[in-house]
Design a protein around this ligand. Structure first.
Ligand code: PLP
Length: 428
């Protein structure tokens, strides 16, 4: 079934670490062979062995209007023919910036970069540069890319400094990253009070999507906003995953909070390496060349990537988000019905076109809750679904994604597969 992919993995492993260019693709946590993908169209992925999959990963979020959307393909081909990079400003970049600004609350000024990692590390640099403070707070389980200062685990006590969770990250870097618990305002307050006038920023995923899919508890985001105002701390909402995915204006608009700075990526690049950060005008004017905080990029605002992003956003009308919400509700309700019918110890979550399926019967509010999941059962579920042609994220700690191509029929087909696979797993 995956013979060709197996051969490709063996060959790839000789020239690339794990045979991949980003670790999760190697299926390390679920085991087995990752299908090598040949092409994708609409809701389907096609691998090198000729298998077809319903895709719930969607290139980790970007393909919200389906793979290879004909209008995006056409616009990018035309842009290619005009030249693929100039290293000089273009009118297209203004159009994308203006389109983003029109949708996101409190987004006054935007700077485009090439990856979510770059967007988040630049937003932190800006917050530090503007406040003159060194430390920032992140949440356990939230991911903001692989820049050194984010690869930090919580210390052993509430007020202990972070520790590196990758070799190569220095103790010195770790000292300036403080780690709080998602959906726990008290853990944030403890840090802000313990390090008075030292915390430049709080950065978070408004829906924690890098440890499954954990929506914010009511009042959590509003509470962070109030704490930031009280302490003169910059609130950075990382919308790399949620931006233009969970609503027309992203998660901030959905939950009625306004950040000082935002980071974007994934959907905004329409499947190309494009990301951005932006926010309050007075903060953004600190960025070079308007101000002294340095940040640059040879390929930033690349015309092909900007074309894909702009076309994608134009296709994402308010009506499309209503459709995505209905799709998400159908999947969530269907999944809950299966769980209830059989009394499975499982929990499902959703927020717009993002969802989570957890192998625990407890509600999921924090990273700690996800750590309590039955990972063996998740892995069996993942492989059972893959065999039936449903491509889920290869880890319990990742969210699922929906696109406009996930029709009612596709959702119902998926639910039938899920019920059958779960029956075998829980029979054992
Ligand atoms: C994916 C992601 C990033 C990192 O983006 P890359 O483009 O992979 O560097 C940062 N923050 C969040 C919330 C993400 O989901």
């Amino acid at each position: 079934m995956l013979e060709k992919s197996q051969q490709l993995l063996q060959r790839a492993s000789q020239s690339m670490p794990g045979g991949v260019n980003s670790p999760v693709r190697a299926f390390t946590s679920v085991g087995g062979t990752p299908p090598f993908i040949e092409r994708a169209e609409g809701v389907y992925l096609y691998d090198a062995d000729g298998n077809r999959y319903i895709d719930y990963v969607l290139t980790w979020g970007p393909a919200i209007i389906g793979h290879a959307h004909p209008e995006v393909v056409e616009a990018c081909q035309a842009a290619m023919a005009r030249g693929s990079s100039f290293g000089a400003p273009t009118e297209l970049e203004i159009e994308l910036a203006e389109t983003m600004i029109a949708r996101v609350p409190g987004l006054d000024v935007v700077r485009m970069v090439n990856s979510g990692t770059e967007a988040c590390m630049s937003a932190i640099r800006l917050a530090r540069g503007a406040t003159g403070r060194d430390k920032f707070i992140k949440f356990a389980g939230c991911y903001h890319g692989h820049s050194d200062s984010f690869l930090i685990a919580a210390g052993s006590g509430a007020l202990t400094l972070g520790t590196p969770n990758s070799p190569g990250v220095t103790e010195g870097t770790a000292r300036d990253t403080l780690v709080a618990q998602f959906n726990d305002l008290a853990s944030v307050e403890t840090l802000l009070d313990g390090f008075p006038d030292q915390v430049a920023a709080i950065i978070l995923e408004p829906i924690c999507g890098n440890t499954g899919c954990i929506p914010p508890d009511p009042g959590f985001l509003q509470g962070l906003r109030a704490l930031c105002d009280k302490h003169g701390t910059v609130l950075i909402i990382d919308e790399v995953m949620t931006g233009f995915r969970v609503g027309y204006g992203g998660a901030a608009a959905r939950f009625g909070v306004t950040a000082d700075l935002y980071t974007f990526g994934k959907v905004v690049g329409g499947g190309f390496p494009l990301a951005a950060y932006g926010g309050r005008e007075d903060l953004m004017r600190h960025i070079a060349p308007d101000g002294p905080v340095y940040q640059a990029g040879t390929l930033s605002g690349n015309p092909i990537a900007v074309t894909a992003g702009l076309k994608t956003l134009q296709l994402l009308t308010p009506e499309v988000y209503e459709q995505l919400e209905a799709t998400s509700e159908r999947l969530g309700t269907g999944m809950q019905a299966i769980i209830d019918k059989h009394g499975y110890p499982m929990t499902q979550t959703r927020a717009g076109a993002m969802f989570g399926v957890f192998f625990t019967d407890k509600p999921v509010h924090t990273h700690q809750d996800v750590l309590g999941c039955d990972l063996e059962r998740f892995n069996a579920f993942f492989h059972g679904m893959l065999k039936r042609g449903v491509y889920l994220a290869p880890s319990q700690f990742e969210a699922g994604f929906l696109s406009t191509h996930h029709t009612d029929a596709i959702i119902d087909e998926t639910l039938e597969h899920a019920e059958a696979v779960l029956a075998t797993i829980f029979a054992e």
